[in-house]
Structure formats: structure tokens, C-alpha cells
Design a protein around this ligand. Structure first.
Ligand SMILES: Nc1ncnc2c1ncn2[C@@H]1O[C@H](COP(=O)(O)OP(=O)(O)OP(=O)(O)O)[C@@H](O)[C@H]1O
Ligand SMILES: [Mg+2]
Length: 243
């Protein structure tokens, strides 16, 4: 069974149809990169999956559950999806360790000591075990974004959604965050990520989905779509990234 399945998903803001019938599946352990011009609907799509964005039509299934059913408990759904945005939105008044341990403790009822233990394990994995007691404002942007990823993983989500997680970083900090994602992908984490990092998508994603003005313009194995796009629109978009 797929981890995620979108069927005919539509989103409109007033007269403006931003997603115009999206069909998309993500399989277990698959890494899917969502690419496309600014305004093509990537963030809207990710927000629809987290139920932050109501959809006008279609269905969204997480595992076997139709989460687009209006009776769905949105908080329960969000506890099964890890999300990291462009802006590292760590809780400023909580230490790094507490940021990571909070949801497992509060949402999933993991005992405090165990949640702290698991958070330390995650910090070790992202190379920041020595910063457990630091507050977010003492960390670099790259470190904060790595903590945000650890926090997203703390509840052992079925799916990790990443929305342009390196776009707000200074260029010299991008590498460490991408390295971490590369490691997660190698470990089999199921990831759907919107990205402008084409070299990274080519390297790490199994599949690339090109979003073009609210529809999927082209999709396929990363190497194929990125190196030899079949549609003129994808070719034109990708041409901007080759220097
Ligand atoms: N809350 C909103 N109200 C009205 N229009 C919106 C809203 N959110 C997004 N849009 C519009 O929806 C379209 C898609 O936006 P979206 O943020 O999904 O694009 P994107 O592909 O993520 O772009 P970027 O690469 O710049 O992040 C844009 O035209 C945007 O202006
Ligand atoms: Mg976006």
C-alpha cells in the first residue's frame, strides 16, 4: 500500500485554481522531489496533505485512511506526518532537547525520561548531542534546521514533508542540511520534498514530479526528468538551473 495517495486534488483561492486535479502516490521508502516554478503550487500541495489547506475536490489518503474526509481528526493526522518548512520554526523558549521531546511527550504520551532519551538519540544522529541544552537562538541556521528535522522525526512519522528547507539558509550552511536528508533517504525514510536544489534532487530523489501551474506537467525517475525532460515546459523550467 502506498504511504500517500492523492486523487484529483483541487485547491482554489477564490477564482484562482492553484491545484487543478493532482494525482500522486508515494510508496514506502520512496523519496519524491516536487519541483516547479514559484507559484506552481508546491507549498499548497504540501499544506493540503497536512490539512492546513482545505481542498475543493478530490481525496487524500494516508495509508488506508481517507484524511480528506471532513470527519478526520486533523491533529491525529498531523501526528503521523513530519513537516519541516523553510523557516526554522523551533520553539524559542524551549531547549533543543525539549523541542524534540515535546510532541512525543504531549501528543503521544511517551514518558518524559524516555522522550528525552529518544531526543538525545536523534541529536546524536544529527551530530548535535552536545547542544541538547542550548536554546535555538544559540544555534546557526543550519543547526536549527537540523534540529527541526529531528523534531519532525521524533514522532516516528510515516511520511516526512520538506518544503524548501534550505532556501532561507546562507549558502555555506545548505550542505549540512542536505547531508542529513541524504542520510535519512539512505535509511529508508519516506520523503516528499519541494525543492529548488536540482543537483540534490537528482542525487537523492527516486522520482521527480514537475508541477506546472497546478497540474503535474511531467514525472518520472529523477535522472530522466532532470536530464532529459520530455515536455517543453519542463525543459524550459530546468534550463534555468544549468549555468
Ligand atoms: N492563502 C492564499 N491565498 C491566496 N492565494 C494563495 C494563498 N496561498 C498561496 N496562494 C497562491 O497560490 C499559488 C501557489 O502558491 P504556492 O505557495 O503553493 O507556490 P510554490 O510552488 O510553493 O511557490 P514557491 O516556489 O515560491 O514556494 C500562488 O499563485 C500563490 O499566490
Ligand atoms: Mg513554496
Amino acid at each position: 500500500m502506498s504511504v500517500l495517495r492523492l486523487e484529483g486534488v483541487r485547491v482554489a483561492f477564490g477564482e484562482h485554481e492553484v491545484l487543478r486535479g493532482i494525482d500522486l502516490e508515494v510508496q514506502p521508502h520512496e523519496v519524491v522531489a516536487l519541483i516547479g516554478a514559484s507559484g506552481s503550487g508546491k507549498s499548497t500541495l504540501l499544506r493540503a496533505i497536512t490539512l492546513l489547506q482545505p481542498i475543493a475536490d478530490g481525496r487524500i489518503l494516508l495509508g488506508a485512511d481517507d484524511i480528506s474526509d471532513p470527519r478526520t481528526d486533523a491533529d491525529a493526522v498531523r501526528s503521523r506526518i513530519g513537516v519541516v518548512f523553510q523557516q526554522f520554526n523551533l520553539f524559542p523558549h524551549l531547549s533543543v532537547l525539549e523541542n524534540i521531546a515535546l510532541a512525543p511527550r504531549v501528543v503521544h504520551g511517551v514518558p518524559r525520561a524516555e522522550a528525552a532519551d529518544r531526543a538525545l538519540g536523534l541529536l546524536d544522529r544529527i551530530g548535535l548531542a552536545d547542544r541538547a541544552r542550548s536554546y535555538p537562538d544559540r544555534l546557526s541556521g543550519g543547526q536549527q534546521q537540523r534540529v527541526a528535522i529531528a523534531r519532525a522525526l521524533a514522532s516516528e512519522p510515516a511520511l516526512l514533508l520538506l518544503d524548501e528547507i534550505t532556501s532561507a539558509l546562507d549558502p555555506e550552511l545548505v550542505g549540512e542540511v542536505l547531508e542529513l536528508v541524504r542520510g535519512l533517504a539512505a535509511d529508508g525514510t519516506t520523503i516528499l520534498m519541494a525543492t529548488h536544489e536540482m543537483a540534490f534532487a537528482r542525487d537523492v530523489a527516486h522520482r521527480v514530479v514537475f508541477l506546472d501551474d497546478g497540474v503535474i506537467g511531467e514525472q518520472g525517475p529523477a535522472a530522466e526528468v532532470l536530464s532529459a525532460p520530455r515536455t517543453p515546459r519542463a525543459r524550459a523550467f530546468l534550463a534555468r538551473f544549468t549555468g
